[in-house]
Design a protein. Structure first.
Length: 281
């Protein structure tokens, strides 16, 4: 049972959703973030290029949980930055037809932050915690019973005035994302039913991602230009998309065109001092 100190006395626990909104402005901020995060991200597993094994495992788990009318098992996604962890979490919530509340572990500082987030969830919703390896111990301990039994075990007050209180939570799915699997404690790791490693992308997959995104932003990208961008993206979609945006800026401002040739890519990259590994020199 987690002891959450006198700083969170019983009167501090938000009871209704309305009260929660007033008390915890962080949740409102997270909902706004949620909307921004959806911009230019794949909207379905079909649009999410590559990672076939992960997509097929997730689809089976999603269909099975829908079939049993249960919540999806808690899911841990790990891999290098920019490979699609956040995107996958949002896609899972889309496939499950449920809302995804997004939070980042460093912003969950006090026990009442995680309590507020958990109490704000509705049945079947997803709580996505990014950088989950950065949760503090107290928050992590509160998550154990929340994940396992959908219950919050709190001790309020201090010393002889301390009282225990158990709050039942709606059934929810926690999706955690991390770049540092080794930094997650075993008790937390063990509570995730699904654990998926996101791998780097092949050149071919990156080309497809670049092409889809260029269509979305109305760029006509020549084949060799697309290959050149994929080659220097270090297997990472975020880098590929960032480089494409830099090339777009150059093409539109200097060349006044939306047609991207290999020559424009090379000139844009050298003008912005980006080397053959996609680094700024
Ligand atoms: N498999 C993919 N297919 C298409 N776009 C992708 C894919 N993976 C990542 N992206 C894009 O790359 C960017 C970074 O992805 P993100 O999910 O934020 O990575 P992470 O959370 O792992 O750091 C986003 O714009 C996302 O849309
Ligand atoms: Mg992310």
């Amino acid at each position: 049972m987690a002891i959450i100190s006198s700083s969170l006395d019983e009167s501090n626990i938000p009871r209704s959703r309305k009260e929660l909104r007033i008390v915890d402005s962080k949740i409102i901020a997270e909902e706004k973030l949620n909307k921004n995060l959806n911009l230019a991200r794949p909207n379905s597993f079909k649009e999410f290029i590559g990672q076939e094994q992960i997509k097929s495992s997730l689809k089976i788990a999603i269909d099975a949980s829908k079939y049993r009318k249960e919540v999806l098992e808690h899911t841990l996604l790990y891999g290098q930055p920019g490979l699609g962890k956040t995107t996958l979490a949002l896609l899972i919530s889309h496939e499950m037809n449920t809302k995804c509340r997004v939070a980042s572990a460093p912003s969950i500082e006090r026990p009442r932050d995680i309590v507020g987030l958990l109490l704000g969830l509705k049945e079947g919703e997803i709580l996505f915690i990014d950088e989950i390896h950065r949760l503090n111990k107290l928050t992590e301990e509160l998550l154990y019973s929340a994940m396992e039994d959908f219950r919050l075990d709190l001790t309020m007050g201090a010393n002889r005035g301390a009282r225990c209180r158990t709050i039942n939570l709606p059934k929810f799915t926690l999706i955690g994302a991390t770049t540092k699997l080794a930094s997650i404690s075993s008790p937390l790791k063990d509570r995730f039913g699904l654990c998926q490693k996101i791998e780097f992308y092949s050149n071919h997959e990156l080309q497809q991602i670049i092409l889809n995104f260029s269509n979305l932003i109305n760029l006509q990208l020549k084949n060799d230009a697309c290959c050149a961008l994929a080659k220097i993206s270090r297997g990472t979609p975020r880098i590929a998309l960032r480089l494409l945006k830099r090339v777009r800026d150059y093409a539109q401002v200097i060349k006044k065109t939306n047609k991207i040739s290999l020559e424009i890519v090379e000139k844009a990259l050298s003008a912005q001092k980006i080397d053959s590994k996609g680094w700024i020199t």
